[in-house]
Design a protein around this ligand. Structure first.
Ligand SMILES: Cc1cc2nc3c(=O)[nH]c(=O)nc-3n(C[C@H](O)[C@H](O)[C@H](O)COP(=O)(O)OP(=O)(O)OC[C@H]3O[C@@H](n4cnc5c(N)ncnc54)[C@H](O)[C@@H]3O)c2cc1C
Length: 417
C-alpha cells in the first residue's frame, strides 16, 4: 500500500506497521524515531546496555554534508603500492584470503575509476543533503540535545596536486548543492585564525561554512529517551542470534531464544549485519575499517571551525568544551581494542597536523570503532529478504547519513522504495 505523506507533515495515512529495528546506533535510532513519528509501532533491540555504544559512540562527530568523497578513487588506487607495503600510517590494509574480503577488494578496485568515484561521491552528497534536512526536523520536533552546532569546516591540502584533485570534484559537488569556497593559505587563516601556526604548510583549503557537528552518543541516548517517552518498546542487553523468515511474519530470534515478530525488521547493525544477513543466505559487501578517536581539552590554538587534514587523514571537531580528534583506517581489522601503537600513531599525526589543537598531554579518553565500509562508500538500504530491510554499510559517514537513510527506509516500509 502506498502511503500518503505530505512534505512537512508527519501524518501517515497508510496502515501503521509493527517494525522491529535491530541496532541502536545513529542509524538505528534515526530510523526508529522517523518510523515512530510516522505512526508505526516501533520496537528497538540492541545487544548493548543502552543506545550508541557501537561505532556511533565516539566517532569524529562531524556532520560532513559536503565532504562525501568516496574512499575508492583514482587517488587511492595510485597509493595502492604504498598501502600494500604499509607505508601510510593512516590507512592500513589487512588482507585476508576470505572470499568475502577478496570479492570486496575487487569491487573496491572497480569503484576506483574516475567515473565511479564521481558517481559515488555525488550519490553520497544527495543523501547527505537529504540527511541535513531530516536531522534538523527530528532535532526540532523532539528538542534533541546533542551539542549540535554549525561551526563550518575547512579541509586542508598540503600539496598543490591534492588541492587540484579536490577542486575538480568540488566543482561537481557545487552543482549538486554543496557549498564550497576555495581558499589559499591566507584565506584559510582568515576563516580560522588558529591555522596561522601551520600557514606555510597549507597549499590550499576548501571551506564549507554550513557544515555541522554533533555528539553521536548524546544523539542516540536523546532518541532513546524520546522513543521511551512516545511509548515505543525497547530491549537493550538483548543480542539477536538470527532472523527467521519462515513464518507468516519475519521474527528476530534472540540469543535467549525469544521470538519477536513484526511486519518489518530493519537491520541497523553496522558491520555485524554481515553475520545476520548471511544466516538469511544474503552476502552483503561490507568490511570493517577500524578507526580511533581521542577526546581532550582544547589546546592553546584550538580551532573553532572543524578541520579535516586530508594528507594526515585526521579530523578535528569542537564538541562542547572538548576537542574530538579522529582518524586511522585499518581495513580488515575486526576487533575494537585500542592498540597502543595505533593510538600513538593517531596522536602523532594529530600533533603534526595541528600542534595546538588539543592538550595532547591531558587526553581524557581514547576509543576505537569499526566503520562498516562498502566498496562504493554508499550505504545499503534495501529489502534483503521478505519483510527484512537492511540499513547498513554507512562507512566513514554514518553520522552524516543517518537521518536521510532513515527516511529512505520509511519510504520502503510504506511501499514507495
Ligand atoms: C574513528 C571514526 C570516526 C568517524 N567519524 C565520523 C564522522 O566524523 N562523521 C560521520 O558521519 N561518521 C563518522 N564515522 C562513521 C560512523 O561512526 C559510522 O558510520 C556509524 O556510527 C555507523 O552507525 P550504525 O548505527 O550503523 O552502527 P553502530 O553504531 O555500530 O550501531 C550498531 C548497533 O547494532 C548493535 N548490534 C549489532 N549486532 C547486533 C545483534 N546481533 N543483536 C543486537 N544488537 C546488535 C550494536 O550493539 C550497535 O549498538 C566514524 C567512524 C569511526 C570509526
Amino acid at each position: 500500500m502506498r502511503a500518503e505523506f505530505r512534505l512537512g507533515e508527519n501524518r501517515l495515512t497508510a496502515r501503521p506497521q509493527d517494525v522491529v529495528v535491530i541496532g541502536a546506533g545513529v542509524v538505528g535510532m534515526a530510523t526508529a524515531l522517523t518510523l515512530a513519528d510516522r505512526g508505526h509501532r516501533v520496537t528497538v533491540i540492541d545487544g548493548a546496555a543502552e543506545a550508541g555504544r557501537g561505532t556511533s559512540f565516539a566517532n569524529g562527530a562531524q556532520l560532513s554534508y559536503a565532504y562525501t568523497d568516496a574512499l575508492a578513487s583514482p587517488t587511492t588506487l595510485a597509493q595502492m603500492p604504498r598501502l600494500l607495503l604499509a607505508r601510510d600510517p593512516a590507512l592500513r590494509l589487512h588482507p585476508s584470503l576470505d572470499p568475502d574480503f577478496l570479492r570486496w577488494g575487487l569491487a573496491f578496485l572497480k569503484n576506483g575509476s574516475a567515473a565511479h568515484f564521481r558517481r559515488n561521491t555525488l550519490e553520497g552528497l544527495a543523501l547527505a543533503i537529504q540527511s541535513r534536512r531530516a536531522l534538523h526536523a527530528l532535532a526540532r520536533r523532539h528538542g534533541l540535545d546533542f551539542a549540535h552546532g554549525t561551526p563550518g569546516k575547512i579541509i586542508l591540502y598540503r600539496s598543490a596536486r591534492s588541492f587540484a584533485a579536490a577542486r575538480a570534484i568540488s566543482a561537481d559537488k557545487i552543482a549538486g548543492g554543496a557549498e564550497q569556497a576555495f581558499l589559499d593559505a591566507d584565506g584559510a587563516v582568515a576563516v580560522e585564525p588558529m591555522l596561522a601556526a601551520i600557514r606555510p604548510q597549507i597549499a590550499g583549503a576548501i571551506h564549507t561554512a554550513n557544515e555541522e557537528v554533533g555528539d553521536p552518543y548524546r544523539f542516540c541516548t536523546a532518541v532513546q529517551a524520546a522513543l521511551a517517552a512516545g511509548g515505543s518498546t525497547s530491549h537493550y542487553a538483548t543480542q539477536v542470534a538470527h532472523i527467521d523468515v519462515d513464518g507468516p511474519l519475519p521474527a528476530a530470534v534472540t540469543a535467549a531464544g525469544t521470538r519477536i515478530a513484526a511486519d518489518r525488521i530493519i537491520l541497523c547493525t553496522g558491520a555485524d549485519t554481515v553475520t545476520l544477513a548471511r544466516r538469511l543466505g544474503v552476502r552483503l559487501p561490507i568490511q570493517p575499517m577500524k578507526g580511533y578517536s581521542i577526546t581532550a581539552p582544547p589546546g592553546a590554538a584550538a580551532p573553532r571551525v572543524s578541520i579535516t587534514d586530508a594528507a594526515n587523514r585526521v579530523v578535528f571537531a569542537r564538541l562542547g568544551d572538548r576537542m574530538r580528534i579522529a582518524g586511522l583506517a585499518d581495513l580488515g581489522r575486526r576487533d575494537t581494542n585500542v592498540e597502543p601503537a595505533r593510538l600513538a600513531a593517531l596522536i602523532a599525526s594529530a600533533r603534526a597536523a595541528l600542534p595546538g589543537a588539543a592538550d595532547y598531554d591531558a587526553i581524557e579518553s581514547s576509543w576505537a570503532g569499526l566503520r562498516p565500509m562498502t566498496p562504493d562508500s554508499l550505504p545499503i538500504i534495501r529489502t534483503i529478504a521478505p519483510g527484512v530491510i537492511a540499513n547498513t554499510g554507512h562507512g566513514a559517514l554514518g553520522w552524516t547519513y543517518a537521518a536521510g537513510s532513515a527516511e529512505r527506509v520509511a519510504a520502503i516500509v510504506e511501499g514507495e522504495g
